[in-house]
Design a protein around this ligand. Structure first.
Ligand code: SF4
Length: 431
């Protein structure tokens, strides 16, 4: 990633240069018709490297693009709208699930219309994010954003900065207040020197006065447990949403196209990428689920929540990214195999090609950052607890994984036992 681009985000209209060409990221605001999604897979093969990625926050990435390619025109030809700045993240089942099913889409449309007006505002921070959540099963409580709107019981709760637990609650709005409130927040962000949600929190009184005509006091809605995104969720029309994971966050476009063709053949109508590097197949007849699952497993998708591959979080790494000094994607299946029992209990390992930590910008129980930094309970830029070669790491993880004491949950972070590993220590001393 060049220094010129640091601090911004790649989009469809403004891709970034990486090690193997240009990278474009797209965050859909609605579920994607399966035929259009298959077309997007074609675009990845025709213009990019033939791989599609789904990020932790549920965006789609295409890599290996030439510097000059008009992806926006490609998207429009597929009937896929591109509106990408300020970034808008919405709960995947808005508009497809029951409950507040009309209210949340209306709120979404108001927010998007308002964001479109500000899309050219150069003073807005390029990383600014606006999030819309609702009461549907695949909620976004754990996803962080600058401005958080949550539809609940025909009202909208507003909070600033953080996730559902850490954000600062401002109160409740009626739907008529959504547009003026977002306009004023974006106005404050573009003129006040504040650039992100957390900056507004530092002058909360001024924000509250500005929004007072629309805000009502009230406790924020209760935060919810992390939803299981690899599973089945019933829709009010009797069909289901089937969630599948992308192993290590990416898939061959050909496999995704084959999966979407199969989903369409079985009666589903659309697909939505979702957080935790998942895709949600929408509108599937429940009786067709076993057939779709069988196809998905053959095509290398994650079909079971406890699949160890789900808990290896890897960035693109070498040779895809020019900053990388670790081949993270080649390493990821080896790590998933070596630490399969530990991983399947949901204790993640983060593989980062360098200290930037694109795939997980926060602490993990174990982070291995290229070329040799082994970090415990830290992010990719934290000081390493040890240095280890790839082969040492795999050997020690395998030993640890087979240790019954660790598997029984003897330590809060089972990977801490790597520090006591005799063979790793002796390898250190030989250096
Ligand atoms: S974390 Fe990975 S993708 Fe990000 S800059 Fe480093 S090597 Fe590249």
């Amino acid at each position: 990633v060049t220094s010129l681009r640091r601090g911004t985000c790649p989009g469809i209209q403004e891709p970034f240069p990486t090690g193997d060409g240009w990278l474009a990221r797209w965050t859909p605001h609605r579920s994607i018709p399966l035929e259009a999604f298959a077309g997007l897979c074609d675009v990845s093969e025709r213009l990019g490297n033939g791989v599609l990625e789904v990020t932790q926050r549920g965006s789609i990435q295409i890599r290996g693009l030439p510097e000059r390619c008009d992806l926006t025109a490609e998207m429009h030809a597929l009937g896929l709208p591109v509106q990408e700045f300020p970034a808008f993240i919405s709960a995947p089942l808005i508009g497809v699930e029951g409950g507040d099913s009309a209210f949340a889409p209306q709120t979404r449309n108001k927010l998007l219309a308002c964001l479109a007006e500000f899309s050219g505002a150069t003073k807005l921070d390029r990383k600014l994010s606006v999030l819309l959540d609702d009461e549907s099963a695949l909620h976004l409580d754990h996803v962080r954003a600058d401005l958080r709107f949550r539809c609940s019981d025909q009202r909208v709760h507003l909070a600033l900065g953080g996730d559902a637990v850490t954000a600062t609650s401002l109160g409740w709005l009626l739907i008529d207040g959504v547009t003026p409130v977002l306009m004023r927040l974006l106005g404050l962000l573009s003129v006040s020197g504040a650039t992100r949600g957390r900056d507004l929190i530092s002058d909360l009184r001024a924000v509250q006065i500005e929004l007072a005509p629309w805000l009502s006091p009230g406790a924020p809605p209760a935060s919810r447990p992390l939803p299981e995104r690899i599973g089945l969720h019933a829709l009010t029309d009797g069909s289901v949403v089937r969630g599948l994971g992308l192993a290590f966050g990416f898939s061959a476009a050909a496999n995704l196209r084959q999966l979407s063709h199969e989903a369409a053949r079985l009666g589903a109508h659309s697909l939505r990428p979702a957080p935790d590097r998942t895709i949600q197949i929408v509108g599937l007849p429940e009786k067709a689920d076993p057939t779709l699952l069988a196809t998905a497993a053959v095509l290398n998708f994650i079909t079971l929540p406890a699949d160890p591959r789900r808990y290896v979080i890897a960035c693109a790494g070498a040779p895809v990214c020019s900053s990388a000094c670790l081949a993270t994607r080649a390493l990821a299946p080896r790590i998933a195999e070596a630490a399969q029992h530990l991983l399947s209990t949901g204790t993640p390992i983060h593989l980062s090609g360098c200290s930037k930590g694109c795939a997980l910008p926060r602490a993990a129980p174990l982070t291995f950052a290229g070329p040799d930094a082994l970090i415990l309970d830290g992010a990719a830029d934290a000081p390493p607890a040890r240095r280890a070669s790839v082969e040492e790491l795999i050997t020690q993880l395998r030993e640890l994984d087979q240790s019954r004491a660790v598997r029984a949950g003897a330590e809060a972070n089972p990977y801490r036992a790597l520090l006591r590993s005799r063979s790793l220590q002796s390898a250190q001393m030989e250096r």
